[in-house]
Design a protein around this ligand. Structure first.
Ligand code: G6P
Length: 612
């Protein structure tokens, strides 16, 4: 949520910052701004409400702002409306300090009142402005910007990644972090900060990740990092090895479609290093078979689509392990006094590895003694670093706000984990194990097959895109799948839709079905095909229009009742959602396209949600 980038070197900073912000726009896109420092022009701040292109036009693609060091920000509003004034960077009253911030300063009201009592006049409604104003206040008192920074960090509460420019510091800028992502980039004669590596990968692949409480002084010839006590810290450098083109559209109209198409490959990359001699191997896991056997319960915590992976996991892992598995929304888990202990395995799922609610749930579970295993896409992210065990999904950078390939890789990895643990627990018999591995190996090719048949889905979208209310129904794994299908559709097309456990319809929701209501019926879960068919008949009798999804073995039977039937190849039950989600993603994509929506950057959303 909110993206930060900073540059210092020998080239003009503004174009580099704007380019970085373009890559970070997925983190927030209601306004953007840059602050650049030059000996001639001093501290210049340019910001604008709206997408980055508005700012780019304002500064003539950066040419209108001179200077070789600067910071930039793309915003997802929390405090104060998205407008020019509330956009970052925020300047202090005498314009000596400019600040960009990702996170929330929780005690900003109290600090603001204190500063106003000292005669400081505020311009914006944001929590961030207090950081700039408080910095100026302490800078005036101490005459030392680093001392001022430490005093401010001591006073503010909440989460922050900060980039700070000081007019009196012409050859450096400062960065600080607590509970919000920030990395340092080391280039040739230049240095960077960024919320995410995609912002700077064109310039350097050598990075290090800031830890909570650290402060960095960023200069062209190097970066010095200090801990919360002001002691110098040696940072470990990491090398980013993924291809730059992974973060480009590569000829597709939208990142989302590109990422949908990348799924077979992403899943292949997730599976192949962990499959040896037809056995699932997790070299990266430290947890011993003995410890796995001790785990009496499994709790999966996550948000959004990652939670929906957890919902599929609840059904699949319970089936494979014969142990109780619960999927919980991280935002609920935090406040429900959760029953977890040292005999609980908490599986944390997060694409970004930075979602604040998920992070807080992780910390709480850890404090209660649970073993934390996370499934994460972003290497070195906060969740990855704080977990006992990490399984990376290797989906590559996912740029579209609505997740597709991250969901698919999380799902396959969770199934593999279930298989691995089921083998250790003896709850998966050898013949079943072999059958699942065989299907696992076949999965990427079957996904490709689904992706080859998009015309029918496109046609259905052209027929139904004007609907204002859509229901997804399904049982068991199809219910979990419906949750994701429905979320995908509402996220990007803004159509009101809901997912219901099909058996639950009759307890209330069926009253909403009338002539022409579109119901997407999911019938891929073969053991309950007949039950789902009965639910289809019920809604059809009440006038619903139907689109149904099933597997190849059941499509002919379903066609006797439903005109619009989509099908996926047959596979092992646990992999049905992995294939079933693809037509639903494509349906959402074409629905949104028909409705002229901004597919990669839907309104009000952000990809990485670092606020509560
Ligand atoms: C945001 C995104 C969703 C995502 C959720 C959890 O709401 O828009 O697509 O599923 O965060 O994100 P995570 O990075 O933790 O998987």
């Amino acid at each position: 949520m909110c993206g930060i980038v900073g540059y210092i070197g020998h080239e003009q900073a503004a174009p580099i910052l704007l380019d970085g912000l373009e890559r970070l726009e997925y983190r927030g896109y209601d306004s953007a701004g840059i602050a650049v420092l030059s000996p001639e022009q001093g501290l210049q701040v340019k910001k604008a409400k709206g997408r980055l292109k508005v700012l780019k036009a304002l500064v003539d693609d950066g040419k209108a702002v001179e200077g070789t060091l600067g910071i930039g920000h793309t915003r997802w509003a929390t405090h104060g409306q998205p407008n020019d004034v509330n956009s970052h960077p925020h300047l202090s009253q005498d314009r000596s300090v400019a600040v960009v911030h990702n996170g929330i300063i929780e005690n900003y009201v109290e600090i603001k009142e204190f500063l106003m009592g000292e005669g400081v006049q505020f311009r914006s409604e944001t929590d961030t402005e207090v950081v700039a104003q408080l910095l100026e206040y302490h800078y005036k008192q101490t005459g030392d910007i680093m001392q001022a920074v430490y005093r401010v960090l001591h006073r503010i509460e909440g989460a922050y990644a900060l980039g700070i420019l000081c007019a009196d510091l012409p050859d450096a800028f400062i960065a600080a972090r607590k509970d919000a992502p920030l990395l340092l980039g080391y280039g040739e004669g230049c240095s960077f900060i960024a919320s995410d590596v995609t912002a700077i990968i064109r310039h350097t692949r050598e990075v290090s990740y800031m830890e909570d409480g650290e402060v960095a002084v960023v200069r062209a010839d190097g970066i010095r990092v200090y801990n919360a006590l002001g002691q110098s810290v040696e940072k470990e450098h990491s090398f980013i090895d993924w291809d730059v083109s992974a973060a480009e559209k590569g000829g597709y109209a939208h990142f989302m479609f590109k990422e949908i198409m990348e799924q077979p490959d992403a899943v292949r990359k997730t599976i192949s290093p962990r499959l040896r001699d037809r056995r699932v191997v997790f070299d990266e896991l430290k947890i011993t078979p003995e410890e796995i056997r001790r785990m009496q319960r499994i709790v999966i915590v996550a948000c959004g689509s990652s939670y929906h992976v957890g919902m599929v996991g609840k059904y699949n892992l319970e089936r494979l392990l014969r142990r109780p598995v619960e999927a919980m929304l991280a935002s609920e888990f935090r406040y429900c006094d959760p029953l977890v202990d040292e005999n609980t395995l908490v599986i944390v799922i997060s694409q970004s590895g930075e979602t604040l609610d998920t992070m807080a749930a992780l910390r709480q579970a850890k404090a209660l003694g649970a073993r934390i295993l996370s499934i994460v896409n972003v290497v070195g992210s906060s969740i990855a670093r704080e977990s006992d065990e990490v399984l990376y999904t290797w989906a590559g950078p996912e740029i579209a706000v609505a997740t597709t390939k991250a969901y698919s890789t999380q799902l396959v990895l969770l199934n593999m984990l279930g298989l691995y643990m089921g083998d250790i627990l003896g709850s998966v018999q050898p013949a079943e194990y072999a059958r699942i591995v065989e299907e696992l190996q076949a999965l990427p090719a079957k996904m490709e097959e689904v992706l080859e048949n998009t015309e029918r889905i496109k046609y259905l979208a052209s027929r139904y895109f004007n609907h204002s209310s859509i229901f997804f129904i399904g049982r068991n794994l199809d219910y979990a799948l419906g949750l994701e299908g429905s979320l995908k559709l509402k996220e990007i097309s803004y159509i009101h839709c809901e997912a219901y456990a099909a058996g639950e319809l009759k307890h209330g929701t069926i009253s909403l079905i009338e002539d022409g209501t579109l119901v997407v019926a999911l019938c891929t879960y073969a053991p309950l095909f007949d039950k789902s068919l009965s639910n289809i008949v019920e809604v059809k009798a009440r006038g619903a229009d139907l689109v149904a999804l099933t597997d190849d073995s059941h499509k002919d039977e379903l066609r006797k009742t439903v005109e619009n039937v989509l099908s996926i190849p047959d596979t092992h039950t646990i992999f049905k959602p992995s294939l079933g989600v693809i037509p639903l993603q494509i349906f959402s994509y074409y629905m949104a396209l028909q409705r002229g929506c901004d597919i990669d950057k839907p309104r009000n959303l952000a990809k990485s949600v670092t606020v509560e």
